[in-house]
Design a protein around this ligand. Structure first.
Ligand SMILES: [Fe+2]
Ligand SMILES: [Fe+2]
Length: 362
């Protein structure tokens, strides 16, 4: 064997799968390994195909991709010298490759072990099998984290898209949805731990922040001549307008009925249905009173009204922060839960700067 091949085989000493293991096992692995060279930009193994070889990278690096959703492959990791791939197919009865591995724009040299060589090493040293198991677990954990992130992002995007549909019909509201989401978060964080708000925990805060942009999703069911009417609504028109709470709650129920997060369905639904209820029972659609109105809807009401007061709407000009604050305080105990108004007053400068930051001066 020439020198360069010996050097390549010696890279096994630094391979993550072998470091610290019995030297006799490492020697045996070197004897059994074959050297294989791969040109730049080629596929070494392909997901879904069969194969029975384990690869150690002796030189260069490879890109690993996997079809996680929609049959679309995405890069999941880059492996460098000393790392290995192809191990799962050796442990799986049908030898199916679970990922595609390609060279990048440089050649790659691998040391390979076929199934029988691999099995003989596992038989010699249980630590080798343990090391392999640990590596597979670490990679699985990493993949699971990636899937969790993907799933969370997909959920957030869906909610943002749904909220944006309602906003599209009422474009003058500008950044309303983002702001109310921030306002509900701020209020919830402050109310957490206070008497009467024991149900607010980290999960609640996460869910109300996510769900609040859906509060007016039901407006998609309101005819434009009512929704965008510049003047005051007639009594009949107003009755139609009130229906947006019910339409919204129904839409959320339908969209999320198969959701694996029933808590999200609960909070989103309550916000859509009850954000127009008044603390004194004179709101709609059910005329709920006081604590009978879900906390998330009571918080939403303050956040929504503050932002609506400050914003331009088809039927009104924007109002200053001071004037909006005064209106909200005057409705303490009638429209709004008094404790939530108190929280708002404590947070007023933060509300003002959040609003001003996201709206250009008029
Ligand atoms: Fe509304
Ligand atoms: Fe709103």
């Amino acid at each position: 064997m020439n020198n360069s091949n010996t050097n390549l085989l010696n890279t096994i000493d630094n391979c993550q799968l072998f470091t610290g293991l019995d030297p006799a096992l490492i020697q045996r692995a070197k004897k059994l390994a074959k050297i294989e060279k791969f040109e730049p930009n080629i596929t070494i193994i392909r997901e879904g195909e069969t194969g029975d070889k384990l690869f150690f990278i002796a030189q260069g690096k490879v890109e690993v991709s996997q079809k996680l959703y929609f049959q679309i492959a995405r890069n999941i990791r880059i492996l460098k010298q000393g790392e290995c791939f192809g191990e799962l197919a050796l442990l799986e009865p049908h030898n199916i490759r679970t990922a595609t591995v390609r060279t990048a724009n440089e050649p790659v040299i691998c040391l390979t072990l076929n199934r029988s060589s691999f099995n003989s090493l596992v038989k010699i040293d249980a630590y080798f099998a343990l090391r392999l198991g640990k590596m597979i677990c670490e990679r699985d954990y990493e993949s699971l984290q990636r899937l969790k992130d993907d799933f969370g992002n997909a959920y957030k995007s869906t909610i943002a898209a749904l909220g944006a549909i309602a906003e599209y019909k009422d474009p003058e509201t500008g950044n309303h949805l983002n702001r109310v989401s921030t306002f509900t978060r701020e209020l919830s964080l402050l109310l957490k731990g206070q008497q009467g708000f024991e149900s607010i925990d980290e999960q609640f805060i996460e869910l109300i922040t996510l769900s609040s942009p859906l509060h007016d999703i039901g407006k998609v069911g309101i005819p434009d001549q009512i929704l965008l009417k510049p003047g005051k609504l007639t009594t009949t028109e107003w009755e139609v307008m009130k229906q947006h709470t019910i339409f919204g709650a129904e839409a959320i129920k339908k969209i999320l009925k198969n959701s694996c997060y029933p808590e999200f369905l609960g909070i989103g639904h309550n916000i859509a249905l009850y954000h127009q209820e008044y603390w004194d029972g004179t709101g709609y659609p059910e005329g709920l009173r006081g604590d009978a109105i879900p906390i998330e809807a009571r918080i939403m009401a303050v956040a929504d009204v503050y932002d609506a007061l400050r914003s331009v709407r088809p039927y009104k000009k924007p109002i200053t922060h001071e004037k909006s604050k005064e209106i909200i305080i005057n409705k303490r105990g009638s429209h709004f839960d008094p404790r939530i108004v108190d929280a708002f007053v404590q947070l007023e400068s933060s509300f003002e700067s959040i609003f001003n930051r996201s709206v250009l001066p008029i």
